[in-house]
Design a protein around this ligand. Structure first.
Ligand SMILES: Nc1ncnc2c1ncn2[C@@H]1O[C@H](COP(=O)(O)OP(=O)(O)OP(=O)(O)O)[C@@H](O)[C@H]1O
Length: 245
């Protein structure tokens, strides 16, 4: 796959910028008047009640939902002008982490990672070996490459999910409820890892979560989806109890 060389930030220095945007699921408007600016290296939490639009917003960022109104810029791409053929390039610049890990169950960790590399155009075996080792070491799983997904704990599977998200050296990580299937201690470890990757690897992270305990433990910029709008306020002003479903 050819390299795309346009800068991942826009003229205002944002890696993500939406102004006057709409987020839709078919004919339904999920979020309106969406205004959001994210600088490289930020860690942003996206919160809100069930069905408030967190996943829809993330899907809009990775081109899974069309962006039809307003200005939308993500990692160098205009969301409005996005062509189908550009989707693989956009998605190479971002890593996506899902709640349910989404590992291929019929192959081991190494082959899961190699599958993604091959699908995104990597050919040289030595380069692939090196890259797989590198991402596994970032999540402290370098000796688990031979394991099948079912031989790993939930926390370990999510570490592999994060390793997979790092394979193409993305600038942005989108994590949709990444701790949703993990127990509290494992969730803490995972958040520590994501914050570490944000800081040490200079990645931008946008994470949707219901786990407000985690936000209190690992503070960060917090944006709410509320009544079809995005609302931002200082963390100490958020009444998390109001948000519990
Ligand atoms: N594939 C779809 N087709 C039509 N409507 C959808 C689809 N997926 C989600 N929706 C609707 O869009 C709205 C927002 O859903 P979304 O999944 O973005 O919310 P969420 O905040 O991520 O919720 P949760 O916390 O449960 O993950 C909901 O009303 C939902 O029913």
């Amino acid at each position: 796959m050819a390299k795309e060389t346009q800068p991942v930030i826009n003229k205002k220095g944002n890696i993500v910028e939406i102004s006057d945007g709409l987020v839709r699921q078919k004919e339904n408007i999920i979020l309106r008047d969406v205004n959001l600016e994210v600088k490289p290296g930020e860690f942003v939490y996206l919160i809100g009640r069930v069905g408030s639009g967190k996943s829809s917003l993330l899907k809009t960022f990775y081109g899974d939902l069309p962006f039809t109104d307003g200005y939308g810029f993500v990692v160098g791409y205009s969301l409005k002008m996005l062509k189908n053929r550009q989707l693989p390039y956009l998605r190479r610049k971002m890593g996506i982490v899902f709640q349910d890990f989404q590992l291929l169950t019929d192959r081991n960790v190494y082959d899961n990672l190699q599958f993604v590399l091959k699908a995104t155009g990597w050919k040289n075996q030595t380069d692939m070996d090196h890259q797989i080792r590198d991402v596994l070491s970032k999540v402290d799983m370098v000796h688990k490459g031979y394991k099948m997904p079912h031989q790993l704990s939930g926390g370990e599977q999510q570490r592999i999910g994060i390793a997979r998200s790092l394979l193409n050296k993305p600038d942005l990580i989108l994590a949709d409820e990444p701790t949703g299937n993990l127990d509290p201690d494992t969730s803490d470890d995972l958040l520590e890892l994501l914050h570490h990757i944000c800081k040490e690897e200079s990645k931008t992270v946008i994470m949707a979560t219901h786990n407000y305990g985690l936000i209190k433990k690992f503070p960060g910029r917090t944006i709410r989806c509320e009544n079809t709008r995005l609302v931002e306020s200082a963390q100490e002003e958020i009444d998390f109890d109001q948000l519990i479903e």
